[in-house]
Design a protein around this ligand. Sequence first.
Ligand SMILES: [Zn+2]
Length: 550
Amino acid sequence: MKSLYFLILITATIVFSSCMKGESVDLIIHNAKIYTMDDANTIEDAIAIRDGQIIEVGPEREILNRYRADEFIDAELKEVYPGFTDAHGHIMSYARQMLSVNLVGSKSYNEMLVRIEKYKSKHQHDFIIGCGWDQSRWKNDEMPTNEKLNELFPDIPVCLFRIDGHALLANDYLIKKSDVLNKVANDSELSSGGYFIYDSLENFTGVMVDNAMNPILDILPDFTEKELSEAILEIQLELYSYGVTGVHEAGLKYAEVELFQKLIKKDELNLNIYGMLLPTEKNIGFARKNGVYQNENLLIRSFKVYGDGALGSRGAFLKEAYTDKHNHHGYLTTSIKRMKEISGICEEIGYQMNTHAIGDSTNRLMLEMYEKIYNVNPDHRWRIEHAQIVDPKDFEFFAKAGVFPSVQPTHATSDQRWAESRLGKDRMIGTYAYNSLLNQFGMLAIGTDFPVELINPFLTIHAAVNRKNSENFPVLGFQPEEAITLNQCIRGMTIWAAYAAFQELSLGTIEAGKDATIVMFESAIHANELYSPNFAYMTFINGEKVYSVE
Ligand SMILES: [Zn+2]
């Protein structure tokens, strides 16, 4: 009897341990070329994933022997990376652009008018909003006037945003309705942080820049929640198709935070969103109440401040006057007093301050302001968004004050067509200087600024590494000494972007314990030195397949 008991026990043990051969996981991706992006740049073959987390990354045999999984994916040697992050994008602006007349790429003023008429014939809106014109792509590179717009649309408001969002062209109907001329003339904050453009005969063209747009923005109707939600989900899908699993949303209104919350609650918005709040009273109240706010895939712990305008519309604030506009220096769009107030609030509640700074004067000002927080907290990670024109004398501040540069390499290759005419040859040293910035701080947060540029991260890589645009121009690269390496660029979209959002413990590399947020690409990034076209083959967020080409 006793021996029978032992026999049963031994048999049971054998059966039990054979069941246990291999720890159980949900998913194994194997036969892959996994760029973990860890400190040693380790490349591995296989990943075991359970409950949305990476359990182990390692050689093929080791992972397949150690684990048994509900699902296996044979990657057939495709490259796998941590999901890419766009460290500076505008989901909400892109959503509104998708719902407006699309003026991106229009080659002339007339083409713009044709597109508006087509849109008007198909839509029932009592307000026409268009986005994306860029006069530098037209024959004479002159700012438009609203003359023809008034003829065609005399009794409906028309508002057409320039590609950078820093200027708009309005028809007379809207100008009257908004009372913009009087309002700006009587408000020093509006008139000092923006301007109206007049033609050679001193007639108002209908173009206003930066803060001078505000009275019109105040009366602009918004699209419905349903329209916006649908557009947001379409953008999410576009991001996934490029392997982008996270966006640092550079400027959110309170109502937009609420919309994201709703879509997250419905489990429709799964993208990782690092939200930068616009410093409105409502948002400041939100930040004071919640502090660091994490709701599933939405993390909020920063404010976005607009320091100045854009170089294209001559709103960037420069130390010396513009080369192509006499005596014009650009301007600050937020007063120094207000910026100091916001930095005080950030310091008080432990938020990060992310300031849009294009001109060398704005960059210097912010670097000095940020130096104060460095003395209190050397790991503050406060960011300068764009850091586009930096006086070479000021680069050292990025190291000295621990300032995180957040850059968009496609801006360099888009702006190179006209940047020198704004700045002159001598001032080009220190512009779009990503390698110099990297050498100072040791990291870059890399994004696209979509919809100002395209979402496609491979154009970003091409611009950063080859310093060329999608047409492979210029042939020798734009200021090639400021190129960064492929590895550095991918770091800027993975682990460094994670650092820039305080998410390095859960995102940015493929390592045990982190979120299983990864992408497998159709073709090898390393095999094609033009990098594009390329797309995600499969995209995963927290172990869930959110996109697949099939
Ligand atoms: Zn932006």
